[in-house]
Design a protein. Structure first.
Length: 473
């Protein structure tokens, strides 16, 4: 049996190396489960239930947790008309969860940020104070169960209630909160977030099949497996791997964001309805078209009907002044595409994460159709989720060293206007009043603080071998 090399860049789903590990890693890590309805159950085991808790985990893993191999089978079923859809299940433990289960320190995941928990990073990440978080996240969290379906919320709820009943049986655990995620699509069928922009275009890919038919002249998203996978040291199986999992509930003030977007458009272009201002904030137009490649959301000189709004093969070599896509724009901050002044492009890419988030909150009027007065100021947002091999080098690095850093990508360029946290200084963020004209770049008042952390935690997605045999650990 050939042992897989995590440093290998790109594999095929039919490769013996992948097939060797597919039964031993959880699904959703290397490839998104792809379902539009999710529930996240957060729980804490009650005192003196260690053996019962391990028995629950072992039984749940053997009967319900979706491995990468099973996920691959599900994907094939989706292609067959009238085949019943399958439910996805994921199981994740916090550091406190490992402690509760009395897993010895030498068998716990070793990432320092994971061991300390998300609350310990609160100040460094400039997050909202824990006292302002939703109540379910203020306390100790032992684990999270992700359940997802692609057909209806009603069918998903049936599965959720079954799991909650098992967790509460015999006072095994306390349910701290249940978060529901339901995707919204635009007229092109693309997933969007509550500000109305297409989300999830730029992702790392691990399988060659995902890149078939896609051009990769300026940006290749194929990444090695060690971007997300680490050996599960609690297992003796050499094919057992896990991944560190970030969960953050991010509330969006949509009305505030859109009002500020219109103000910026008036200030820059004398037209509050101009979509270019919002595109400069995000780095893409609402349909996903990169603003560094076009001053409008559709330019057929560089895009075909199949790629408009979904272009990811680009860098910033033709926009070195930030006169098209500002240096502080969201996508330039969080994925600088070779612009990091202290790293080679290959090193820079290793800060990327496999993002698996979904939006939450009910919208009775579509985000792309609502008037300003109809927009929400709270109770909607993003359930941010991501997998990575190193929390400090990936999630925390992007949030702290890039998004929150006023001096990245260049000196005095300001914070990320979308996910940046902390204070936003006036005059730091700069935009070109004439698209592509360096001499027209002007400073503006701060744009930010429309996304607020309402709670979260760091988890580990253990290997299937560990979960299925936890009573023996």
């Amino acid at each position: 049996m050939t042992k897989i090399k995590l440093t290998k860049k790109g594999i095929k789903m039919t490769d013996p190396e992948f097939l060797n590990i597919a039964n031993e890693i959880q699904g959703n890590i290397l490839k998104s489960h792809g379902r539009g309805h999710t529930s996240q159950i957060f729980f804490r085991f009650n005192p003196n239930n260690i053996t019962k808790a391990k028995a629950f985990i072992q039984n749940f893993a053997r009967n319900q947790v979706t491995s990468a191999a099973i996920q691959k089978e599900h994907a094939e079923l989706f292609k067959t008309p009238k085949k019943p859809q399958k439910t996805f299940f994921g199981f994740y433990l916090s550091s406190l969860g490992y402690d509760y289960l009395q897993i010895s320190p030498d068998k716990k995941p070793q990432d320092n940020e994971f061991l300390q928990g998300m609350k310990a990073s609160n100040d460094a990440l400039e997050d909202a104070d824990v006292s302002t978080w939703d109540s379910g996240y203020k306390t100790d969290i032992h684990g999270m169960i992700l359940i997802a379906r692609g057909d209806t919320r009603k069918k998903l709820d049936v599965e959720v209630h079954k799991v909650i009943e098992k967790l509460r049986k015999g006072t095994l655990a306390t349910i701290l909160c249940v978060e529901e995620g339901d995707g919204i699509k635009n007229t092109n069928g693309d997933d969007i977030e509550h500000f109305g922009y297409v989300d999830g275009i730029s992702q790392p890919h691990f399988f060659h099949e995902e890149m078939e038919g896609k051009t990769t002249v300026d940006w290749n998203s194929i990444m090695p497996l060690d971007l997300v996978l680490v050996p599960d040291i609690a297992s003796k199986n050499e094919n057992a791997f896990g991944s560190y999992f970030v969960y953050r509930k991010l509330e969006q003030n949509v009305m505030g964001f859109k009002i500020r977007e219109r103000q910026l458009a008036e200030e820059l272009f004398g037209d509050p309805d101009s979509e270019l201002a919002g595109a400069m904030v995000m780095g893409r137009f609402e349909n996903g078209m990169p603003v560094t490649m076009s001053p409008t959301d559709e330019d057929l000189t560089i895009a075909t009907d199949l790629t408009v709004g979904k272009i990811n093969d680009f860098n910033y070599n033709m926009d070195t002044a930030g006169a098209k896509c500002p240096f502080h724009s969201h996508i330039r901050k969080t994925n600088p595409r070779g612009e990091s002044p202290f790293e080679e492009p290959v090193e820079e890419k290793h800060h990327m994460m496999a993002r698996r988030g979904i939006i939450y909150g009910k919208r009775f009027i579509h985000p792309n159709e609502a008037e300003i007065e109809e927009l929400p100021t709270k109770d909607v947002g993003l359930l941010f989720m991501s997998f990575q091999a190193n929390l400090a080098n990936q999630f925390e690095f992007i949030q702290q060293t890039w998004a929150n850093n006023e001096n990245f990508v260049k000196q005095k360029t300001g914070k990320d206007p979308v996910i940046g946290q902390g204070n936003f200084k006036n005059g730091m963020q700069k935009y070109a009043k004439e698209y592509g004209e360096k001499s027209s770049i002007t400073a503006t008042s701060g744009f930010g603080n429309f996304v607020t952390l309402k709670g979260g935690e760091y988890f580990y997605a253990p290997s299937m071998d560990f979960l299925k045999n936890i009573l023996a650990v």
